[in-house]
Design a protein around this ligand. Structure first.
Ligand SMILES: Nc1ncnc2c1ncn2[C@@H]1O[C@H](COP(=O)(O)OP(=O)(O)O)[C@@H](O)[C@H]1O
Ligand SMILES: [Mg+2]
Length: 235
């Protein structure tokens, strides 16, 4: 499992996360929900090791990685696709994807590349294009493909559907579900709460840096508080 236990973290000043605990199991899509500013991205950054903790612990499959760097966590099987994607706009799609395999040997890299291209056949015809010339949805696929090059057992997707055309929202969320069926534990951060819960297995709702609700996707989708706040008040 990917575990954050009692995470306390923030930026300057008071903490933003107040003892957030979260567990993502292999083979599931775990939806992390909550309003803007609730602390979802901060939680993602703490798990991935790009933001330090003031308290708490991060475990990857029973190994304590609290003190491990972000790179070390990638090697241990945890990849983050950040909200802003961070592609190299002037590089080709192929080079952007290959970059994700930098931690691995040449043979592992070529095996991963083959698998990733099977997962995203849509990228096949775009390989020579510059990342900056792609649509938002295509760029998001490149970002996820790049993360998959490290062959992660846990993948954090921070608002992968933000700003995408509806057709890509569905494609991306389906991919998240597909990766879970392959055994990957996916932490899916989404504003598209209804759609996220429709592909998710379990989830939690963050409110001002605290987990206020958690349960199965079905429980969350029928919870009055979730329905009122995120599903437009209609079940
Ligand atoms: N880089 C940063 N520096 C300072 N404050 C930040 C930074 N990123 C986020 N915050 C603050 O932390 C809180 C949680 O933000 P964030 O984790 O990005 O929320 P979410 O992803 O749920 O929208 C917000 O109050 C936000 O203003
Ligand atoms: Mg965010």
């Amino acid at each position: 499992m990917l575990c954050g236990k009692g995470l306390v973290a923030g930026y300057l000043g008071a903490p933003v996360l107040h003892e957030v605990s979260i567990e993502v199991r292999p083979g599931e899509v775990f939806c992390l929900l909550g309003a803007n500013g609730a602390g979802k991205s901060t939680t993602a950054r703490c798990l991935a090791g790009v933001l330090g903790l003031r308290g708490g612990q991060v475990m990857i499959d029973d190994v304590d990685v609290t003190e491990a760097s972000a790179n070390e966590r990638v090697r241990r099987g945890l990849s983050l696709v950040p909200e802003a994607r961070h592609l190299f706009g002037r590089s080709t799609v192929r080079d952007n994807v290959l970059l994700g395999g930098w931690t691995r040997s040449r043979s592992e890299r070529s095996a991963s590349y083959g698998r990733v291209m099977e997962t995203f056949p849509q990228l096949g015809r775009l390989l020579r294009r510059k990342a900056r010339d792609l649509s938002g949805g295509e760029q998001q696929m490149v970002a996820i493909a790049r993360a998959l090059m490290a062959d992660p057992r846990y993948l954090i997707l921070d608002e992968p559907s933000l700003g995408l055309a509806p057709i890509y929202v569905d494609i991306i969320l389906q991919k998240a579900a597909e990766l879970a069926t392959l055994g990957v534990g996916v932490l899916l951060i989404e504003q598209n709460v209804g759609k996220a819960l429709s592909v998710g297995h379990r989830g939690a709702v963050l409110e001002t840096g605290r987990v206020v609700l958690s349960g199965s996707a079905d429980e969350l989708a029928s919870d009055p508080a979730v329905v009122d706040s995120y599903l437009g008040g209609v079940v």
